[in-house]
Design a protein around this ligand. Structure first.
Ligand code: SF4
Length: 486
């Protein structure tokens, strides 16, 4: 793999660096080529550092096209996060101009048929999953993530990018304490032929509202596991401590040892680590993050199975939701009205002041005791994983969630205890609950978001309607060749 220095977003320089790296690795795009960026969320004002930058994609598209005599199609595909339409995120990220320049086709994974793929590897969570038609058709996958920290999974590089290949109803299945294994399941479906990472301005601390960190690198590899192993070392972690990287490697897709990676380029690993000094990660559990440092009081119990904390589910959504509200409201940790949040099988007391609300979050929350002098019994509503069928899941869109939320608030008037159902409870739902109950600004109603969002929401609805009417194309249905680790 190759570490190259690049301190600014100059598309020509980026194109040259990526092109030289491809030549050095002997990689040329072939057939139907799809670039998968990290566009989990994008907005010029509020989320400027959460996504792979358009200048980076400009350079990447240029490098691919210069070597594209065997490439039959070039597209950019993604399913962004928190149930917003991907076409809105693409527009806010500034991608359409770059796509037009290079004649790149947008593939919105939320507006197309989903295709079943069987899984075979030992340790899999499920025997089959659903992926978008565009991924099923892809012959040459280009992974183009942003180098970022992540409160659920510690880091998000090439492997974590895989969560963005599923549409919401399938993405939210197993997006809990099994998240790391889910990533390994998705990796079985397709592996990137090249990994090209935007580490020019990295994203520290969180993944939706990261702090910009000038890392000044472009990282290119021919294999997602070894590229992620090197990036994890750069971020100051041991890859054995990042569960999804460890699990993918243990399933036979690569090695966790640096001895098995040859690193070329004009930056050594030690220099790259030096550049990343001070890169903030988010490794604390939710109670450690907020108790005593904010008006939130968080009570954490274990989720089901043998896990002690649900790293892939509801607690991480709190961090991101607070980050989003914090983009609109200064010092949100202290301006938010006091709220108590309870996760998992918490067994201790809940000490609630006059007029304060208690939220029991997620289906696995359970508790029995007194709140405000009244008996409260929160039952365990968690459904066994194997009872959840991908054909029967439903994930409402954002407008549906907003309407449902305000309808539920009518019945919650005067109640001190509120149960939020779901496994997982999404970031979008957490934003709604925290902003409403905590009396902060609600980002969804900010005029700098709402009008442009509404326009793209309508377009996405139309696209989704026609997309879901179609059957998956013959190409997508064709059984792919069996893919196993070499
Ligand atoms: S309900 Fe939330 S905290 Fe509980 S297992 Fe599901 S995702 Fe994890």
């Amino acid at each position: 793999m190759i570490l190259r220095r690049c301190d600014d977003y100059d598309p020509d320089r980026i194109r040259a660096i990526i092109g030289e790296s491809m030549d050095e690795l002997g990689i040329k795009p072939q057939g139907r080529t799809l670039v998968k960026p990290n566009t989990v969320i994008a907005h010029r004002l509020f989320f400027p550092h959460a996504f792979t930058r358009p200048e980076f994609l400009d350079g990447l598209f240029g490098a691919l096209k210069e070597r594209g005599d065997e490439m039959t199609d070039l597209s950019l595909g993604e399913r962004c996060g928190i149930t917003i339409p991907t076409r809105y995120a693409f527009a806010e990220a500034g991608y359409p101009k770059v796509m037009r320049k290079h004649h790149v086709r947008p593939r919105y994974f939320d507006e197309m048929p989903q295709v079943r793929r069987d899984l075979h590897m030992e340790g899999r969570l499920r025997d089959y999953i659903y992926i978008p038609e565009a991924i099923a058709e892809t012959e040459f996958l280009v992974s183009a993530p942003k180098f970022k920290a992540h409160p659920w999974t510690k880091v998000t590089f090439n492997l974590k990018l895989y969560i963005g290949i599923q549409d919401d109803e399938h993405r939210l299945i197993d997006h809990d304490h099994h998240l790391h294994s889910k990533i390994a399941d998705l990796y079985e479906v397709i592996q990137p032929k090249i990994c090209v990472m935007d580490a020019i301005t990295a994203g520290a601390k969180t993944m939706l509202t990261p702090k910009p960190f000038p890392l000044g690198l472009i990282i290119v590899g021919d294999d997602a596991v070894s590229t992620d192993v090197v990036c994890t070392h750069i971020a100051g972690l041991d890859p054995r401590d990042v569960d999804h990287i460890r699990i993918v490697a243990e399933r036979g897709w690569g090695s966790l040892s640096l001895d098995d990676v040859s690193i070329e380029g004009d930056v050594t690993l030690e220099e790259a680590k030096g550049r990343a000094k001070g890169f903030e990660l988010s490794l604390d559990k939710a109670d450690a993050q907020y108790n005593g440092k904010s008006n939130l009081k968080v009570y954490v119990g274990p989720p089901p199975d043998t896990y002690d904390y649900c790293w892939g589910g509801c607690p991480g959504a709190l961090t991101e939701a607070m980050g989003i509200i914090g983009q609109m409201e200064d010092d949100v940790e202290n301006s938010i009205k006091p709220i108590h949040l309870v996760y998992g099988a918490y067994r201790g007391d809940i000490d609630v002041g006059q007029g304060e609300k208690v939220l029991f979050i997620g289906d696995c929350a359970r508790w029995c005791g007194k709140i405000g002098g009244k008996d409260v019994d929160i039952p365990f509503l968690y459904k066994e994983r194997k009872l959840i069928s991908p054909e029967r899941v439903h994930a409402g869109d954002l407008v549906g969630k907003i309407l449902k939320f305000f309808f539920e608030q009518i019945f919650a008037v005067g109640k001190r205890v509120i149960r939020i159902r779901g496994c997982t409870v999404s970031v979008a739902e957490m934003v709604l609950n925290l902003s409403w109950l905590g009396k902060t600004k609600n980002p969804y109603f900010d005029p700098r978001i709402v009008f442009r969002f509404s326009w793209h929401y309508v377009l996405a609805k139309i696209g989704r309607f026609f997309g879901k009417l179609r059957s998956p194309s013959a190409i997508a249905l064709k059984k792919p060749p069996q893919q196993t680790p070499e």
